[in-house]
Design a protein. Structure first.
Lengths: 114, 116
């Protein structure tokens, strides 16, 4: 069975701190895709990144970076020099071909204080 | 630049009432989805439509029906609302078709539904 676990339900940091959001997944499929979405207080979901299981290169986009490690089934998300606007709930999600379904983790609420 | 539009944004129902949530996308996407979001549980897929004219059950389909009216529109119906269906409902769409759903999904703003 597939599963996505975001063990950190809430994280609170002070502006300019770096913060890492953890995501651990389970799947038996060898071909799968991992996603991160951001849900700001306004409620909409915003796509951040997609990574397939054959590409373990880390990715950096501005202050955001992602560390994909198949050996530990993790796809962690780091925000460098956090800002108040980063305050949101962040969801990690897994799509695997055999199940043909996107499975979400429970989300991590990040609060960045000024 | 509308993307995915959901109506209504808020609704309160009494137990046993029926209601249809509407969703429309203007990105010419093939696939559309309905999710519910409950506290601490992330999003769970209710139904999806890989292409116009097809629908399939997701993780939590009981108590719901869907209609893919055309390529743009995908509605979700609660025939006899129950308090357990109190949730935030999200519609989403993505570009691929044929049942393969690894493309990023674009979400609407959600419908907050309360059932008393």
């Amino acid at each position: 069975a597939q599963k996505v676990t975001q063990a950190q339900t809430e994280i609170s940091v002070v502006e300019k701190e770096d913060v890492t959001l953890d995501c651990v997944y389970e799947t038996r499929d060898t071909t799968y895709y991992l996603f991160w979405y951001k849900q700001p207080p306004s409620g909409e979901l915003v796509f951040l990144i997609r990574r397939n299981s054959f590409d373990e290169q880390n990715e950096i986009s501005g202050r955001y970076s992602w560390n994909f490690q198949k050996s530990t089934s993790s796809f962690n998300f780091t925000i460098t020099a956090s800002q108040v606007v980063d305050s949101a709930v962040y969801f990690c999600a897994l799509f695997y071909n055999a199940g043909n379904m996107l499975t979400f983790g429970g989300g991590t609420r990040l609060m960045v204080k000024p | 630049n509308a993307g995915v539009t959901q109506t209504p944004k808020f609704q309160v129902l009494k137990t046993g009432q029926s209601m249809t949530l509407q969703c429309a996308q203007d990105m010419n996407h093939n696939s559309m989805y309905w999710y519910r979001q409950d506290p601490g549980m992330g999003l769970r897929l209710i139904y999806y439509s890989a292409s116009e004219g097809t629908t399939d059950k997701g993780e939590v389909p009981n108590g719901y029906n869907v209609s893919r009216l055309n390529k743009r529109e995908f509605s979700l119906r609660l025939e006899s609302a129950a308090p357990s269906q109190t949730s935030v409902y999200f519609c989403a769409s993505s570009e691929e078709g044929g049942g393969s759903r690894n493309q990023p999904q674009h979400f609407g703003d959600g419908t907050r539904l309360s059932i008393l």
